[in-house]
Design a binder for this molecule. Structure first.
Ligand code: XMP
Length: 514
């Protein structure tokens, strides 16, 4: 059982995960759950995770709309503290009998709030604070047993507390760095109000995971699905520390890898003293997804084939367990439990077939965010060449070729990807980037090459900045770099006549196109 946890109930807010990450920065474990969690599910989680407090996130809905997401009222009967932020603030006020209406003015960006009562949740704040607001609706009236703690020009109830119960509401976003004293507010809630102990340390994760792997696998053998990316490499080091020679790292070349990737991964792991196997299964995978257009279907087929390949090879060495580098956002985006909508099936989660011949699947990084895995990798001494690589999806280039995959398209995308990588890395531009890659469209367009009409493929270039892949911004890349990329792609790849730059953020887009 976790020593203590703050549960963030997600009502669709842009910053829900940021809240959980900020709480973890305070060394208290935090998870994100769906806003419509039933009280029975809540009770189970409360027991499992030792929940000491709940934060109700922001969200795009209006609490007075019948269909807007509401918290199960029975959850509020638990005698633990509740803090509502933005939509969550309005929700607590509304279901307790207060009034919420569209504000006279929308508040978006930095605002000033006047603090009437700087105790409890607002302890230590100045009389006037700079905060980040993002709302249309506003609480206009509170029920009798609530006190107003702060106001802004457009918001008569910018913060409140219940007179007798540990219920708090804040209209602004303390989790966003633009709110100057945001961390102080979260600190007040977590330490002073919920009485959590700062006992969650990333480093503890190393020992806890090693113990957990040892306990689960015992003296049996296991294989780890090693892709050479940050997550599976970190999980490999952890698993190797736990079970040593009983572990075999299996690297599958499914044919959808970037140029030079299989040799790169082999060069790193072959020289360690762990058991390492490289499998060449290009034909098998290509055959299985032949003619498949639909992205989720591709992902599922590739996920299933991965497992089948691992099962076959596990049998050869009597391995009973499969270890994977699944991380927290993979589980969320794959619709883990009902904690969120299914966005896309990360092959190592939702792509797993329901019947597998392993005794168990072990996922030592399942509760961590990407930046936390990066820190863990550094403490474990993972080579920088791996620790600082850009993420790469498990189904690989198959989900960067829109529609049907063929050998020819794979050749084109590999060349285009290499050009994007080289142009970015040669200029040292990669340091601030999360990912930079090429996507091959399934539409063709007209061009002119060597005075003749050419009818060829379109390549989209995707370059994004992100902290944890849950949100991302497209990079405002200098035009001269884009021009070099575009010129090289159209010059060096005969079949490409057009290059476009993807200028959408996540949300609403995802980082990968499929
Ligand atoms: P999206 O496209 O959902 O991607 O915004 C978020 C991050 O996850 C990576 N990604 C994957 N990683 N298996 C993985 O291990 C997958 O199936 C997968 N799909 C997407 C993506 O590259 C981005 O960094």
């Amino acid at each position: 059982m976790s020593a203590n946890t703050i549960l963030v109930l997600d009502f669709g807010g842009q910053y829900s995960h940021l809240i959980a990450r900020r709480i973890r920065e305070l060394k208290v474990y935090s998870e994100v759950g769906p806003g419509d969690l039933s009280s029975r599910e809540f009770e189970e989680l409360k027991e499992d995770l030792n929940i000491k407090g709940v934060i109700l996130s922001g969200g795009p809905s209006s609490v007075y709309n019948e269909k807007s997401p509401k918290i199960d009222r029975k959850i509020l009967k638990h005698s633990i503290p509740f803090l509502g932020l933005c939509y969550g603030h309005q929700l607590i006020a509304f279901i307790s009998g207060g009034k919420v209406k569209p504000g006279k003015k929308h508040e978006y960006g930095i605002s000033k709030v006047r603090i009437n009562n700087s105790q409890g949740i607002l302890e230590g704040l100045d009389k006037v604070e700079k905060v980040w607001m993002s709302h249309i609706d506003t609480v206009t009236e509170l029920p009798e047993d609530y006190d107003v703690l702060a106001q802004s020009e457009n918001c008569p109830v910018a913060a409140f507390m219940h007179k007798h119960k540990p219920f708090y509401g804040i209209q602004w976003h303390p989790e966003v760095t633009h709110t100057k004293n945001g961390m102080l507010i979260l600190r007040n809630f977590v330490y002073n109000i919920c009485r959590c102990k700062p006992n969650w340390k990333l480093e503890n994760h190393i020992n806890n995971s090693i113990e957990e792997i040892k306990k689960t696998i015992g003296k049996s053998k296991a294989i780890i699905a090693l892709s050479g990316g940050l997550d599976s490499s970190t999980a490999t080091i952890l698993a190797s520390k736990a079970i040593g020679k009983n572990l075999t790292a299996v690297f599958v070349n499914h044919g959808f890898l970037r140029k030079g990737e299989p040799d790169f991964v082999e060069s790193i792991f072959k020289k360690s003293d762990m058991n390492f196997v490289k499998l060449s299964e290009q034909e098998r995978f290509l055959k299985k997804i032949k003619g498949v257009k639909e992205p989720e279907k591709k992902r599922k087929i590739i996920g299933r084939e991965f497992i089948r390949v691992f099962e076959k090879n596990a049998k050869k060495i009597d391995a009973e367990y499969l270890i994977q580098g699944t991380i927290y956002p993979d589980r969320i985006e794959s619709g883990f439990k009902k904690f969120s909508d299914k966005i896309k099936t990360h092959h190592n989660v939702g792509g797993i077939p329901s019947k597998i011949s392993f005794k168990g699947i072990v996922e030592p990084l399942r509760d961590l965010y990407k930046d936390e895995v990066k820190k863990l990798a550094a403490s474990l001494g993972l080579p920088e060449k791996i620790a600082w690589r850009q993420p790469f999806p498990g189904p690989g280039l198959a989900v960067r070729i829109i529609g049907k995959v063929s050998k020819k398209k794979l050749e084109i995308i590999k060349k285009a990807d290499k050009i994007v990588t080289e142009e970015i890395e040669q200029r040292g531009f990669n340091d601030k980037l999360w990912q930079y890659f090429a996507v091959l469209m399934d539409t063709k367009s007209t061009g002119v090459k060597g005075d003749a009409r050419a009818y060829g493929y379109t390549v989209a270039v995707r370059i994004v900045e992100s902290k944890d892949a849950m949100t991302a911004n497209f990079t405002k890349i200098p035009y001269n770099i884009l021009e070099s990329i575009s010129t090289r792609i159209t010059n060096e790849i005969q079949d490409v006549t057009r290059v476009v730059y993807d200028i959408t953020n996540k949300p609403p887009s995802t980082i990968e196109w499929e």
